[in-house]
Write a protein that binds this ligand. Structure first.
Ligand SMILES: Nc1ncnc2c1ncn2[C@@H]1O[C@H](COP(=O)(O)OP(=O)(O)O)[C@@H](O)[C@H]1O
Ligand SMILES: [Mg+2]
Length: 322
């Protein structure tokens, strides 16, 4: 994916190159295939983005690129391309933290949250709760101790034989089921953990696996209720921690970002749960929830503006905590 960005806010073009149909048959992302597909796609996507933005290469006066965390092979393709592009054009460039990009995705809203706000990043690789006090200060309040929220959607979809990626299929299936029929656990949500903003989804995943195993002869009739019960548990956990953090930090604005933020039932639940409070809920535009170049551009713009440039000797990284 790639895009051109004007004044840190106006998106001139944003192309997302998805590999979902390629990885679908393997039931998850195959890293080696992903990086090879990146090599094939990158210059095609860059050219598409330039054409769609109706600009020429000479108009580009800075480059932002994802540095990590993520799959190392895929990151290397984009990072090397951006380095070479900026070096050849003699323009500044900056490597951006993928997670900071997600936090920035909601700042591209027409009516963005005001600092300080709470941001819950719920994606395939992360479930992190941040207290965001400025464009450059992100304080982590909690994170998952095992699986990420999006990952649990993917794994439960696989258990139900619904393929990859799981978020959208589970949401669709859950809409046809009864969320109260099968009660799955909500780990780390008891009264004593009120101030704990850590998450855990692997016990919930195992509970779903056990239920499926026990009821395997009736699974086809129960799929929608299992999906609904599972989704309800995840949404309860996310909503509870986000709202508790907002109240504890005395914030007005709270937000969810990352692929799971696409889930409409999550937004509905949070809005319902804050009805009698001063909290205001924000979610990025749907196309900016999952991984996209616009959010990386938004973060990169602020870094370039501050003169925080990357160097040719800099490298990508696969893991880190903000
Ligand atoms: N409607 C949805 N409901 C819940 N989860 C979703 C939905 N749509 C996508 N997801 C989840 O979002 C994740 C992908 O988000 P993304 O931010 O691209 O993740 P990452 O950067 O960690 O790979 C996947 O785990 C996917 O299942
Ligand atoms: Mg992401």
């Amino acid at each position: 994916m790639f895009l051109y960005f004007k004044d840190g806010k106006e998106i001139l073009s944003s192309i997302v190159s998805s590999q979902e149909n390629i990885h679908h048959k393997y039931g998850g992302v195959v890293p080696e295939i992903a990086s090879r597909m990146h090599v094939k796609a990158i210059d095609v996507i860059v050219n598409k983005a330039i054409n769609k933005a109706k600009i020429t290469i000479e108009k580009i006066d800075g480059v932002a690129v994802t540095r990590g965390p993520g799959l190392i092979g895929s990151l290397l393709v984009g990072f090397s391309f951006a380095k070479a592009f900026a070096w050849a054009r003699k323009i500044p460039w900056v490597g951006v933290n993928h997670l900071e990009g997600h936090i920035y995705s909601v700042l591209l809203n027409n009516n963005p949250p005001k600092f300080p706000f709470i941001s819950l990043l719920a994606s395939g690789g992360h479930t992190n709760l941040y207290y965001v006090t400025s464009y450059n200060d992100f304080h982590i309040l909690g994170q998952t101790r095992d699986d990420a929220a999006g990952e649990s959607f993917d794994k439960v979809a696989k258990m139900l034989g619904m393929g990859y990626p799981g978020g959208a299929v589970i949401e669709k299936l859950a809409a046809k089921g009864d969320p109260c029929l099968i009660k799955f656990p909500r780990p780390l949500c008891n009264k004593n953990s009120k101030d704990s903003f850590d998450f855990s989804f692997s016990g919930l995943k195992s509970a779903v696996a056990r239920y499926i195993q026990k009821n395997k002869n009736f699974i086809n009739e129960q799929k929608a209720d299992i999906a609904a019960g599972f989704q309800e548990a995840v949404l309860d956990i996310l909503s509870l921690k986000l709202i508790n953090a907002g109240k504890l930090k005395n914030c007005i604005d709270i937000a969810v970002t990352g692929g799971v933020a696409i889930n409409s039932a999550l937004a509905e639940k949070i809005k319902k749960n804050i009805l009698n409070s001063k909290l205001k809920f924000h979610v990025p535009f749907k196309k900016l929830c999952g991984d996209n170049a616009a959010m990386i551009g938004a973060r990169g713009y602020k870094l370039l503006e501050k003169g925080k440039l990357s160097k040719l000797k800099h490298d990508v990284f696969s893991r880190n905590r903000l």
